[in-house]
Every structure is written in C-alpha cells, then in structure tokens.
Write a protein that binds this ligand. Sequence first.
Ligand code: SF4
Length: 333
Amino acid sequence: MKVFDFEEERIKQEIAKVKAKRVLLQLPEGLKPEAPRLAKLVEKAGALPLVSADPCYGACDVATSEAEALDIDLILHFGHAKMLAHEKVPTIYIESRSTVNVDAAVAQALPLLTEYNKIGLATTIQHVQTIDTVRESLVRAGKVVVVGDAGRLNYPAQVIGCDFSNVKSVASDVDAFLFVGGGKFHAVGVALATSKPTIVADPYDETAYSVDKEAQKILKQRWSSIQETAKAKTVGVLVSLKQGQQHLDEALKIKERLEKMGKHVLIFALHEIQPEITLEFPTVDAYINTACPRISVDDASKFRKPILTTNEFKVISGESTWENILKKGLFEN
Ligand code: SF4
C-alpha cells in the first residue's frame, strides 16, 4: 500500500494562520482517493472543504482561477513542490512524501546496472529524502554515484515531467541513470532528456526495469509526427488556459512563422488538451502544443493528428534540427 505524509498538523496550522473559511483541496490522480479523509480534516479545523475533481497534472496546474471564482481563502495543493513564483490565492504545497522503503527496489536494480560504473540518480518529490540512502547502497556495490543539482528545481536529483535540468547537468559524467519512483513517466523523461540508459527502481512494486525501449519507440514516433506536420496545410496552435501553462505570446510567434511558410493557422484556447479536439476540427491537419509538452509526447497515440511540442516545431521552422534537439534533450528549449 502507498503511504504518504500529508503533513496534517501543518494543514491545521495553515488554516488557522490565514483564518481560512473556505479551502480548496487539489490532488493529482494517484492521491485523489485521500480527498474525503483530508476534507474531513479541513472541516475539523473549522473551514469548508471544497475538493477539485478536475485532473491535476503538476505544480504548474494550481487551480487559482477556480479558487477565485469560488471565493476560496486557501488552496491546499498536494503532491508537488512549489513551482509558480506568485499565486493570486494563498497556496500551500503539501509535497506528500512517500514513506515507502526503497531498499528492496534498489537491490533489484543492481543486477541491471552491472555493466555501468558511474550512476546518476533521479527521483520525484515523493522520494527525494531517500537519495542519500540510495547513494550509499550503490557505493557499497562499488559504483561511483553522481547527483545533479542545476538549481532550477527544489531538490538535488529531483525531476518533474518537463524539467530534467538536474539529470542533464551530470549526464556527461555518468554511464546510466537510476530513477527511484513509481511508474515509467519520469524515468522515460530521464532517458529522453539525457539519451542515457535509464533503469527504474520502483519501490511500490519492489521491481526494477529498463525504459530504454520505450524511449526509443517514442523518438521514432516523434520524428514521424514532425515529418507529417511539415506537410500539413492547416495547423492548430493550442493555448492552455491553465495559469502555469499559458503561453499565448509563444503561440502568436508560432502562428506568424507558420503563416510565412504558407500554412493556414488557427489558435485554439482550452483548459484540457484532449484527443477529442482532433475529431471536433477535422480540417486541421496537425497541432502545435504550447502547453505541457508531455501531452504531445506521452499521449501521441491517442490523438488522430500529429501534435508537436514547441521544441519540435523548431525543426519545421528551421530554427533547429532534430539532431540538435536530441543532443539538448527533448524537453529543453
Ligand atoms: S507542464 Fe506538464 S510536465 Fe511540466 S509540470 Fe506541468 S503538468 Fe508537469
């Protein structure tokens, strides 16, 4: 069973500190089942809890406009570390660290790291506190361990879905990366961002495996989407309405470039970028997504039309080459 630290005492103190009457709870999908229990805690602390049932994918996705509309005094945003510089509504980030032991998963990973000597570490906010223990285990196994800290994220070795600056900062010093955490999403990101062999040590399943095949498959798919988009006559540029993902200026620049290339361009504004958009606007041949790049990369097979990241668009516009993008890392601008 997954166990997370929801800092319940801190929640009560923060509610009292701002004398909150209405509190909006926002949790990513994996933590949503905890919402009823946490809502009860908020109620006991003297505030009215409202639970956001919308998807929440990252710290870029704080429900500020929803909170403003509901006259909320405090947002409790779970599962992510602070990312946005300012919030219009007081927002507390509950990082929701996992208390699961990672030793067994790391032990499972060791045989997969046999041919590598220098290992870089990567993890999510839920497991950053385990990095020293993981480092010790690897050193005991005779490895040289490198932990990157590029200064952009809150903790050394931390990665988020679109920021791999920590692993990239040490990629040239390591033979492979070990990612500690659940699922493939972040580990595939490490492989795509660094082009290094990447092994997952999943403490929830106590398993370890490589994600290199997945990363290779994605790269092939991305190149084919770029080629298809180059041939498109009508292109949609997607602008997110989420505060932390809204890049209208960038969308306008992309529109201008596409028009110079003789393409017809439409800008679409939306909260959730869902595959249905490709059915609703059948005359659009391809999309450029100025919001979360992982939608383009991870959900490509669900969309019926190519949907490029802004980085990939640079191949079409001639600002970069595919080789350069691969060298810099798929998510790096
Ligand atoms: S843009 Fe996407 S990957 Fe980046 S933090 Fe937001 S949801 Fe996560």
